[in-house]
Design a protein around this ligand. Structure first.
Ligand code: BEZ
Length: 209
């Protein structure tokens, strides 16, 4: 069965371009962005891992550690890294898991038989510091992901964890947030700045700092 939001992310040991890791120990205390790609030396994947490398500082600012995975060998990953760095214009400072036996891909249900060969699709798991799966995305092999959206989703998860709020469509940091329906408008006016009642069930406020 596939993983659901709120499930504990399966732990695993694996060989990576940064050496062997034990996943929960490696991410200890941080968010992880575990993302699969179909294969090394392929065009879309090269742009995706290059973009991840370029966003290294953005992930670090959010206490988030990216980690890529495909079923290719460690040797292939190592040979591919210079291409990723050149295309992305940044050092590849995150590990790439070599999942040749598909153990991690199967634990995270990253292989979808209807999507061609037995390589991984473009899956993303945002996993919180308590090792819970908080957000998943699945893209077909033909469609490259928007890594700015992955950073934005991390921002939204961290903002909603900080208060009894949720984020509206298209939210980005600095935008107003939605006050939990569990709080009355009267209480909200005491707890939040600039409360605006658009509907009795839709109240906006400045995000708590
Ligand atoms: C790519 O990265 O370009 C790619 C890989 C596998 C299937 C389709 C596209």
């Amino acid at each position: 069965m596939s993983l659901r939001l709120g499930d504990t992310a399966p732990d695993f040991t694996a060989d990576t371009t940064a050496g062997p890791i034990s996943f929960h120990e490696w991410k200890s205390g941080a968010w992880a962005v575990l993302f699969s790609h179909p294969g090394d030396f392929t065009p879309v994947c090269t742009t995706e891992l290059g973009r991840t490398a370029a966003l290294s500082g953005e992930f670090a600012r959010r206490n988030a550690k990216p980690i890529a995975i495909s079923v290719d060998s460690l040797e292939d990953h190592q040979r591919w890294i210079p291409d990723i760095a050149e295309v992305g214009g940044a050092e590849v400072d995150f590990p790439i898991i070599a999942d040749s036996d598909r153990a991690v891909a199967q634990a995270y249900d990253m292989i979808h038989p209807g999507e061609g060969d037995a390589s991984t699709v473009r899956a993303v798991f945002l996993i919180d510091p308590q090792d819970k799966v908080r957000l998943t995305l699945t893209y077909p092999k033909s469609v490259g992901r928007n890594f700015s959206e992955i950073v934005r989703a991390l921002d939204a998860l961290q903002a909603t964890d900080a208060g009894p709020v949720s984020t509206p469509a298209e939210w980005t940091p600095g935008d107003r947030v939605i006050i939990s329906p569990a709080i009355s408008t009267e209480d909200a006016r005491e707890r939040f700045e600039n409360v605006e009642e658009l509907r009795p069930y839709l109240r906006l406020a400045d995000a708590p700092r």
